[in-house]
Design a protein around this ligand. Sequence first.
Ligand code: FAD
Ligand code: NAP
Length: 580
Amino acid sequence: MPIKHRVQRKSLKTSHTVSSPLVTPQAHQSGVLQKLLQEDPTYDYDLIVIGGGSGGLSCAQEAAALGRRVMVLDLVVPSPQGTSWGVAGTCVNVGCVPKKLMHQAALLGQALTDSRKFGWECSQQVKHNWETMTEAIQKHVGSLNRSYQRALREKAVAYVNSYGEFVEHHKIKATNGKGQETYYTAAKFVIATGERPRYLGIQGDKEYCITSDDFFSLPYCPGATLVVGASSVALECAGFLAGLGLEVTVMVSSQLLRGFDQEMAEKVASSMQQLGVRFLRKFVPVEVQQLEKGSPGKLKVVAKSTEGTEIIEGLYNTVLLAIGRDSCTKKIGLEKIGVKVNEKTGKIPVNDVEQSSVPYVYAVGDVVEGQPELTPVAVQAGRLLARRLFGGRLEKCDYINAPTVVFTPLEYGCCGYAEEKAVEVYRKENLEVRRCDCGMFRPSLLIHGSGDRISRPWTEGRRDHPRICSRHEMWAHEAAAGRHHWDPPHVCTGVHHPGDHEVIGAGHHAEGLLRLSRCCRFPCPAPVSVKTACSRVSPGTASGQGGGTAAVPSTRLADGEGQPRCVLDVLARSRQVSQD
Ligand code: FAD
Ligand code: NAP
């Protein structure tokens, strides 16, 4: 039985007026009007979304706001260590949100140290308490879970805490935590089941290692930690563990931050080395043994060289695996209805309107093949999909040039091609790489007494080259990809270049970069990429100009129930952008 809805379906006129500037003849001509008028009473729901994370929730909420009967199924299968969490998926529970808060915790520690140079006299030795931090973070995550549930209720989205699996066309089985099964039907389905951390498949990995699924709620300080992997998750976690004063080793199988600009990746690594992080390059673990139980215990890791026969051993309290993530597409009955899945990656190939090989089944977020695995991308794709399916809108998600930030101690933001990729696409002779070292006011200027220069190279297409993106194309891409800039003001991301136009939907990162860019005063006709590394900018430099997005995590932690205001601000802005 469908779950009873508290709101009446909105009339076509209302939802059309609210959501779309299309006029009726145009809508009729394009076929949108007919689509809008099609309602199928034979199904329990107009839309069932499997997976209540970033992409699934945005799609479900938007569809409900357009007057549709919508259900979301979300169930977290506990990690091998037994960790599970609430609604809203990876970002809120075991991804961006707790990650950013831990990053902030580490930066605060650094600020405390720096503060002495600014005249603060701390009488006692400062030390960090892991339990206090994780408790506060989990409290904040819990408040977000509740606010997401409240939002679903208010928008009349039926939320079911069950695991969804297709059993036949248009029909799913929902199995709750107690094993009770219920069946639901819908006219359309969206798969937004995301990914879960991968394991090494070696002896001792599932028994003794943890992943990011366990890390942010770890009830004890992990002690000396081996981080396996060298991409975003690995380097971010290694960075803030070192910032909290722990002994950290990173095991790198080949290169750092594959796919990112390697010049910048090495800058990130060298700043981490300065913080005391040890890198073991070109090694992979082959066995993990437990030497002592405990919280934390003691583990021995045997690793072999990827280039020769060398075997090394190391002792650690904790081993954190961050070696990539597997799509959750294997156990959801896709084969029963014929949805094609890439056998190798587990990802779902979709067309440019997120439609799978089965026309009434769509996919958004991390499960989609070949697209960035980022929250703002999932959110925007989900929202635009709902608008196209039920709101008469035509805008598609543009996945190109989504700006991103790696939250390592030296924060690295980028948008567009890595220099290596730009060379591959445009050839070296057509590119001009501009490097800008812009001095910024940092406490370390006082500490080291030297100009702490921040290098920010630009990769720029030549003016006369016909294939470079135009400035306006880049801007359009950025607007379509959405934003996720709810972070504190000392971070900046490469999203723009200096110019006489305003930043679209700017948050702090954009604001920060814009300021950086302006201080460089480069005439920059058509950049194909912007990359920027930035350690702490004095908060006063970047805050207050971002359009009211000045909340910082510590404030949010203190607020408890507080909705992160910045998320709302940014969503409102990107909505504004796409409606324009
Ligand atoms: P998810 O958010 O993973 O949601 C999927 C949901 O579906 C989950 O709740 C899952 O339990 C549920 N589910 C799965 N199968 C079923 C089923 N059969 N039935 C019911 N429910 C099911 N991105 C950024 O943009 N910025 C960052 O700073 C950032 N940091 C990150 C840090 C970490 C440690 C990690 C792991 C990721 C980070 N990401 C970041 C990536 C970001 O979290 C993801 O891109 C985003 O969450 C993807 O959203 P999604 O909707 O596709 O999936
Ligand atoms: P990832 O980007 O797929 O990187 C996996 C890392 O693990 C790579 O460094 C890889 O090395 C290494 N690796 C793979 N197999 C290994 C093995 N057997 N032994 C040792 N190392 C191994 O995965 P991720 O870091 O977990 O990130 C997942 C996704 O989350 C990313 O796509 C990213 O978009 C998103 N994310 C975003 C942010 C952000 O925006 N700030 C933060 C975190 C995560 P090779 O390169 O040598 O294969």
